[in-house]
Design a protein around this ligand. Structure first.
Ligand SMILES: O=C(O)[C@H](CS(=O)(=O)O)OP(=O)(O)O
Length: 236
């Protein structure tokens, strides 16, 4: 049986050989939720970059600048890190260059894997169905927060494992912990998350609507993939 493992933070990713794996990168609050919401609503592609300077360079090619530092829109950028802003950009089929504290860094650190896909609560069942058809072992790469563990990305890991537990062997204790936590709180994820450090931090910035939205399961059925340097939704 294929194996699925969970890496809780980008600081640990060097412990996981990625050469022959599918990597699911997740940053529920909020980077990968923005990508999924935007791409499902007409955004053409997202170029994830680790630095603000790199974003400015790519913006010269006609990309909309998106992203945050410390949760706040980068000065001079067109949009920040809200899924609603990304969905709005879909109306003009924008191409976006995005840099965030945790999410785009985790993508950067996964980029040498042969296959990288983008997960969020918003598309968790679509990701599960995609992985069932794809004959490879899987690593769920949680973006965490500044190298540390985060509850929301672990909940995504648990939600995905719950959907895949008959098809994959859960190959690590991190996965078992995520699955147990998800099943314990799945009926009130928003209530559970209220005490988390990320919600406390972002809540102070007045983005509670973003948080509530990003914690919803299965709003979209797309699976964005990293193709060379861009995240796109391949034609079915
Ligand atoms: O904007 C966000 O949600 C966070 C900001 S911070 O890390 O909490 O300061 O960034 P992200 O890379 O989307 O986790």
């Amino acid at each position: 049986m294929r194996k699925i493992e969970v890496c809780y933070t980008p600081e640990l990713i060097q412990l996981y050989p990625l050469e022959d794996k599918v990597v699911v990168v997740v940053d529920v609050l909020r980077a990968t939720s923005c990508m999924v919401a935007g791409l499902a609503n007409g955004v053409k592609e997202v170029r994830p970059v680790a630095s603000v300077d790199a974003a400015w360079e790519i913006a010269k090619e006609g990309y909309i600048t998106a992203g945050e530092r410390n949760g706040v829109k980068v000065e001079g950028f067109q949009i920040g890190n809200s899924p609603f802003e990304h969905m709005e950009m879909g109306k003009s089929n924008a191409k976006i260059v995005q840099t965030t504290t945790n999410g785009t860094l985790a993508i950067d650190k996964s980029a040498y894997a042969p296959h990288v896909i983008i997960g969020a609560m918003l598309n968790v069942s679509a990701v599960a169905e995609y992985l069932k058809k794809y004959d490879h072992d899987v690593i769920i790469h949680c973006a965490g927060w500044k190298g540390k563990y985060s509850l929301e990305d672990s909940l995504f890991a648990g939600a995905l494992l719950e959907r895949l537990k008959s098809d994959f062997t859960i190959g690590c204790d991190a996965g078992l912990a995520a699955l147990t936590m998800y099943n314990a709180v799945k009926d009130d994820i928003f209530g559970f998350m209220k005490t988390s450090s990320h919600v406390q931090r972002l809540g102070k910035l007045g983005v509670i609507d973003d948080i509530e939205y990003c914690l919803k399961e299965d709003i979209f059925d797309i699976v964005p993939v990293l193709e060379n340097t861009a995240i796109v939704v391949p034609e079915q």
